[in-house]
Design a protein around this ligand. Structure first.
Ligand code: BV8
Length: 235
């Protein structure tokens, strides 16, 4: 696959890229957590009615991060960005920090980040590596209560304009480890220009597999390093 020098590459990742690092995907748990459907916990309504439950859901996942490491797929994507400076935009649906720790910088966490909090009063977005609860107070305005800096179902994902601009102009769109259940991310493959090549890398075909020109099946830690090596070998 030859890409013109100024080609731009947009990569979308989902929970599947972090699976081999030991973080459960949403499908693994059949979309369940403590017998709650994720869609029922990851919503503004759930936070309003039962903040303690929602804080527990995110505290548990935030606590698991220090014990997991980026895997070969995260590292390969960071290598691609390093060796093709300015050409790669990585859009992740994941709220873990594994792409960040792997070294990716041109990175959009479209569904937010576990290690950040948002003040309900002054709306500041802050680093928040520890547990959060109703007593947590905003260090910026010193009075506001905090919520996880997470995009819940029914909320608008972050940096959508930047993402759609990159999709329209890219020469290559690759989706890695995402089931294609959740929109608008699942619709990104339909937003690329007519010239773009589209590739899906996944253990199994996603719900939107038919919209991709090419499929590669297997675990991300095998597929992604090989895919990146192929991209870097060609000009
Ligand atoms: C929006 C943060 C408007 C939370 C997440 C009806 C009612 C209400 C809303 C809707 C509705 N119908 C549709 C909607 C829209 C809704 C939606 O899509 N709902 C779904 C359930 C139908 N979407 C929204 O509400 C979004 N907002 O629409 O706003 C708008 C839109 C555009 C412009 C303006 C306004 C907001 C959605 C964000 C929700 N927040 N995350 C949290 O994490 O706690 S989504 C959450 O679930 C994750 O972030 C992730 O994105 C998603 C799960 O998807 P995946 O990442 O794909 O993970 P999954 O487990 O599903 O799949 C794993 C894949 O990996 C599988 O394919 C598997 O085969 C593969 N895999 C596994 N192991 C490996 C592997 N692949 C490779 N190697 C391996 N080793």
């Amino acid at each position: 696959m030859t890409l013109p020098r100024a080609a731009s590459i947009v990569i979308l990742t989902g929970a599947g890229i972090s699976a081999e690092s030991g973080l459960r995907t949403f499908r693994d748990a059949n979309g369940l957590w403590e017998n709650h459907r994720v869609e029922d916990v990851a919503t503004p309504e759930a936070f309003h009615h039962n903040p303690a439950l929602v804080h527990r859901f995110y505290n548990e996942r935030r606590r698991s991060l220090p014990s997991v490491q980026p895997n070969a797929a995260h590292l390969a994507l960071a290598r691609l960005e390093r060796e093709r400076p300015g050409e790669v935009l990585l859009v992740t649906q994941n709220v873990d920090d594994l792409h960040d720790r792997a070294g990716s910088r041109n990175l959009v966490h479209m569904h937010g980040e576990l290690l950040k909090g948002r003040c309900l009063a002054c709306r500041a977005v802050l680093d928040w590596p520890g547990d959060m609860d109703a007593d947590s107070r905003c260090p910026a305005c010193r009075r506001g209560q905090l919520r996880p800096h997470i995009v819940w179902f029914g909320e608008v994902p972050l940096e959508m304009e930047r993402i759609y601009r990159a999709l329209e102009g890219c020469a290559l769109f690759a989706a890695i480890g995402t089931s294609g259940h959740v929109y608008p991310a699942a619709g990104f493959v339909e937003a690329v220009g007519p010239e773009a090549r589209t590739v899906e890398l996944n253990l199994e075909p996603s719900r939107v597999a038919d919209a991709f020109q090419e499929h590669r099946s297997g675990p991300a830690t095998e597929l992604v390093p090989a895919f990146v090596a192929e991209l870097l070998a060609r000009r």
